[in-house]
Write a protein that binds this ligand. Sequence first.
Ligand code: DGY
Length: 315
Amino acid sequence: MPKIAVTRWIPDEAAQVLGEAGEVEISKEDRPLTAEELREFVTGSSAVVSMLHDRMDGAVADAAGPELKVVANVAVGYDNVDVAALGKRGVVVTNTPGVLTDATADLTFGLLLAVSRRLGEGERLVRARRPWSFHLGFLLGSGLQGKTLGIVGLGQIGRAVADRAVAFGMQVVCSGRSAKPGFAGEFVSFEELLRRSDFVSLHCPLTPETRHLIDADALRAMKPGAYLVNTTRGPVVDESALADALEAGEIAGAALDVFEAEPEVEPRLLAREDVVLTPHLGSATVETRTAMAVLAARNVVSVLAGAEPLTGVAR
Ligand code: DGY
């Protein structure tokens, strides 16, 4: 039986699917494996089911050995995988697009509302039993209707966010690699998007080109009352520059679901009331996480059976 190494807990449904194709070994650690532990854990595997916190590179593939045929990343993003190094070794890399689109777009809107309507601040106030009473000027936020949402990256999640924005009565502009047919908004340059948007929401993958795409210059180019929302990958935003921009009042607030060095967060952001912070929850619903893990498992089964995966990553 081929060995299938799973680097962290997965739902039973997915483990059962994997069981059709081989002997499944799931890490018992409730934490990411260290690089050394990961190399040891995958030794002799034909397939590895990896998480976004695992650095899947040539050294891991070499540690797995010549039987390794597939790395199935349980995420749509695969910046943690060295696709070229694995491809050179004949290893197929798969990801999980599609199944997490709605959950991530929903969370994006949750964050947009949380930061613009000051939900975190209000919740902290109530929990701390600080005195308050209703009055017309109390904890006022910013409405969404009639505002412009700038979407950076028009993949499936960006488009699903655009659909929700239209339902909220927002105008949508977007920038990315190319315009998409059927997209309700206006396709503009990144610079114009920053200049026009009341809310900027990031949905581009993390690549060398998008690392620190939101840096000091980009933040300075945003509208003074604008908000930034990041549900893609932390390193797309320079967190220290973001803290500077908030301290200088260059933008009104930020909501981050992802961080440059997860789980660490720039300490200056932790102390701010105009920042909403959540721990990488974009796809965190029972339904979605199960669908992601099952899709990754089906990809493993396909590749080990000598067939094409259902969703693969182009080399
Ligand atoms: C992904 O799939 O890339 C997400 O970040 C997981 O929520």
